[in-house]
Design a protein around this ligand. Sequence first.
Ligand SMILES: [Zn+2]
Length: 167
Amino acid sequence: MEQSYQFEEPGLLSAISVGIPGKRTFFLLMGEKEKWLRLWLEKEQLEALALAIDQFLLALYQELHLSPEETEGLSLSDDVPSGLPSAELEIDQISISFDQEKTSLDFLVHILGPQKIDDVIVNLRASLAQLKQLGEQARSVCAAGRPRCQLCGGPIDPAGHTCPKHN
Ligand SMILES: [Zn+2]
């Protein structure tokens, strides 16, 4: 089993959720057509990633004197590739950095399964536009869940909601 994955020119990078509201699972797809990975993560991790991307880009725009419009352009396809991924992994840690005009996403992951196998590293070089698009996708995927109760902040299921703050 390969212990690290490196994608210099990923054609695929997207945030996806599957399942019904309240029971959704979340993952990132990344890589190339012939070799791609599915990285599972918690909704909270995906929300944190969306926020981290926002803050990262904001700081970068200021540092490089860019405007957000300048990172528009290239749009990723959100087609799910056919066939099986090269690996199913679970995300432990994500970090974002920037050098030489591209962003670098580093994922510390482990192989999905009952026993936690040694850490695996996934590194992906993404353009600013790709990173921005991933952030937007992550946010909209998270927001597409159940609506929140205005009284208690709890999620409202399609079947209804018994509010602890309402009596
Ligand atoms: Zn409520």
